[in-house]
Design a protein around this ligand. Structure first.
Ligand code: BES
Ligand code: MN
Ligand code: MN
Length: 464
């Protein structure tokens, strides 16, 4: 396959302005107020797929947000790549911390992106990365170089758990049949250290409510004599980790896939600068489970984190009050073989068991998903490795990621295929945070690398 670099150079400005148009629409899946914008984004993705050469592009309505599906089928004898991405984005909050409006994309340079980066919610997660695939397809169809069949499935509910996509996949297995699934929705180590994500963590997300007295009370008249739900909740949460930062829920580690010493030694070879890591986060020291390195803690070990905690008086000044209720949102990142439903149930049983008599506890389960691993001897991984090597001039490093894309494990169980995670973002691109951005160099490098994956995958598939 010829290099896409020349085509990209010629069409650079348009590739950028099209992405900017997509980034202007606030397709926030968490907030039903943005339903209309979500629909509008799906329509824009549909048009983009059609213009890139996809046939039969259709918007599939679901009880939630629509799924955009399109395909270019050349020959049933050729392998088929299924591309997945998401057009929904996280809420931009806290909006005050953005240096420019989240849906008014602008290009600025940064230390890590000297060629410029596009700042907007969804720039990296995942509109920018999803759109690389659309433009890579445009290149291949426009220059008559598409070497295989391709199917695109772009959803609008990834950031809220992909519930309706799950049903869509289960109900359309034949239409979605493929030889490999390709996703750009993760990151890489650095622009000069390309890496391929070989694993994702699973997730169990729960919310707890602790109720004490039947109403808010004067903290002088009642303080000390009844359980304060906020005190109790804090104590209960604190008890979920022991002094070694192990999670104390009975049975929590039962199914954890332990890595061999050899695998851990391999992992430790990935370039990582702890000093720079600390500096970039302004922390004096890292923190976590005893006996594991930072990269192990955030990729191959399960975690439990409070994502939000509230209750009582949170307004201006001081109010003396014992609240009737306290709440917390808690996520547990899981590793292969841990079942998210089992873990959610273990959490609920344990959290109720440790509550003192003076309070009542309610646990509700939001959503979850399984972890995932790609073996590096899979032809999909090898094709990706060759693709990066041809455009970055270096062999990429395999890297397990701590993030989650729950649908990937469903792809494996329902469609019987592995997923290749070719991410081009950097951890410092601030996904889900204020000032999210995506390097222009990364965007164009992705567009250049993707067709190489197609080419190498087809070649390796033929040899099989
Ligand atoms: N693209 C991310 C996941 C990701 C990012 C994986 C970087 C690896 C590296 C995805 O959009 C995401 O945010 N997933 C959620 C899970 C979802 C169920 C809300 C997550 O990981 O918190
Ligand atoms: Mn994403
Ligand atoms: Mn995300």
């Amino acid at each position: 396959m010829k290099s896409a670099a020349g085509y990209i150079e010629t069409h650079k400005d348009r590739f950028l302005s099209e992405l900017i148009e997509l980034l202007k629409i606030p397709s926030i899946s968490a907030d039903p107020k943005f339903k209309q914008q979500v629909t509008q984004t799906a329509e824009q993705v549909k048009t983009a797929l059609e213009e890139a050469g996809c046939d039969h592009v259709a918007i599939h309505q679901t009880p939630g947000n629509p799924i955009v599906y399109g395909e270019k089928l050349l020959d049933p004898e050729l392998p088929t790549i299924l591309v997945y991405g998401h057009y929904d984005v996280q809420p931009p909050d806290p909006i005050d911390l953005w240096d420019s409006p989240p849906f008014d994309p602008i290009i600025k340079t940064t230390a890590l992106h000297p060629d410029g980066a596009i700042f907007a919610r969804g720039a990296c997660d995942d509109k920018g990365q999803m759109y690389m695939h659309v433009k890579a397809l445009e290149y291949m169809t426009a220059t008559d170089q598409l070497p295989c069949n391709v199917k695109f499935m772009i959803e609008g509910e990834e950031e809220v758990g992909s519930k309706n996509l799950t049903d869509f996949v289960l109900n359309n297995k034949e239409q979605l049949a493929n030889d490999i699934i390709l996703i750009s929705d993760t990151g890489m180590i650095a622009n000069d250290i390309p890496s391929i994500t070989t694993g994702l963590r699973g997730l169990s997300y729960v919310e707890v409510e602790v109720t004490g007295p039947n109403r808010d009370l004067h903290s002088g008249l009642y303080g000390g004599a009844v359980a304060n739900p906020i005190n109790v909740l804090s104590k209960m949460i604190a008890s979920l980790h022991d002094e070694k930062n192990h999670i104390t829920i009975p049975g929590f580690y039962d199914d954890v896939a332990e890595l061999s010493e050899l695998e851990r030694a391999e992992m430790a070879k990935a370039p990582f600068d702890l000093e720079a890591y600390r500096k970039s986060l302004d922390i004096e020291e890292v923190y976590g489970e005893q006996g594991y390195s930072t990269n192990e803690r955030n990729a191959i070990r399960p975690t439990l984190d409070v994502n939000g905690i509230w209750g009582g008086y949170m307004g201006e000044g001081a109010k003396t009050v014992i609240a009737s209720k306290a709440y917390a949102k808690i996520s547990m990142r899981l590793v292969p073989h841990q079942n998210w439903e089992t873990i959610s149930a273990l959490f609920a049983a344990h959290f109720k068991a440790i509550a003192p008599k003076g309070v009542r506890v309610k646990v509700s389960i939001h959503h979850g998903g399984q972890g995932y691993v790609t073996p590096i001897d899979h032809i999909g991984y090898q094709a990706a490795s060759m693709a990066y090597e041809s455009t970055f001039g270096k062999k990429p490093v395999p890297q397990r990621s701590g993030g989650s894309i729950p649908i990937v494990s469903l792809f494996e169980s329902a469609l019987g295929q592995k997923t290749i995670l070719m991410g081009f973002g950097l951890d410092s691109d601030a996904i889900h945070s204020p000032n999210e951005h995506f390097g222009l160099w990364n965007y164009f490098k992705g567009i250049e690398t993707i067709p190489q994956f197609y080419h190498h995958f087809v070649a390796l598939h033929r040899k099989q």
